[in-house]
Design a protein around this ligand. Structure first.
Ligand SMILES: [Zn+2]
Length: 222
């Protein structure tokens, strides 16, 4: 059972359908492994739906309301296969049980068979590369190894898929989510007996929150 969960704000944004695809994927993957957050998110969706119903008699734009309803309902059935193609891909390839259903639509093979790029103690595979400003990666932290100490330009969310790591005195196992802000200087260390596979999403754009920080980052264009 997961012990470290996404922040409530993130679950609320997920329930409202306002998260970008990479963060939405990470939350959906956590929900598949965490009944507690699944229940909370279901409640947020119900509340959001009820609020929208109450707005019905006012001047809310019909198209906007339909769009929000569509987003809300798209997130309801997280355990059901998302598309027919998911079923086909699962049938064509060996199903890797370490990959919860939402992630299986994006990672179409066994984790060991992916095209890993070596980054020292950590191997990585990029996902969702079409989302500019957001880095989405599968990570393999090799058994007993530490990720190089690092900070982030923005928020980094790391979800453990298998194995586990220790960071800043806390242990993260399957389903757990570590939230590291740009102030967090951290170096996760994988368990000694097993490689640790994770999904990591890093939003660099969060650093550029205002005109002053933009001025301080002259090499990054919006
Ligand atoms: Zn949770």
């Amino acid at each position: 059972m997961a012990k470290h969960h996404p922040e409530t704000d993130l679950l609320l944004e997920y329930a409202a359908g306002s998260l970008s695809e990479p963060f939405s994927l990470l939350v959906a993957t956590h929900l598949a492994l965490c009944p507690g957050c699944r229940e909370k998110t279901g409640q947020y969706e119900a509340v959001g739906g009820a609020m929208l119903e109450n707005l019905e008699s006012t001047d809310i734009d019909d198209r906007l309301r339909d769009k929000v309803f569509a987003q809300l309902s798209a997130h309801v059935d997280i355990d059901a296969p998302a598309h027919a193609t998911t079923m086909q891909n699962a049938a064509l390839n060996e199903i890797d049980m370490r990959l919860p259903q939402p992630l299986r639509s994006y990672v179409k093979d066994n984790l060991e068979h992916l095209n890993w790029k070596s980054r020292g103690p950590v191997d990585e595979v990029k996902l969702l590369t079409e989302h500019a400003g957001v880095t989405s990666r599968l990570l393999k932290i090799k058994a007993g190894k530490a990720m190089p100490r690092h900070t982030h330009d923005g928020t980094e969310l790391t979800l453990v898929l298998s194995g586990g790591f220790t960071d800043q005195g806390l242990y993260f196992g399957r389903g757990d989510v570590e939230t590291a802000s740009s102030q967090t200087d951290h170096a996760p260390v994988a368990d000694d007996d097993e490689d640790c596979y994770c999904l990591a999403i890093n939003d660099q754009r969060l650093r550029l929150s205002g005109p002053i920080t933009r001025f301080l980052n002259p090499f990054v264009r919006l």
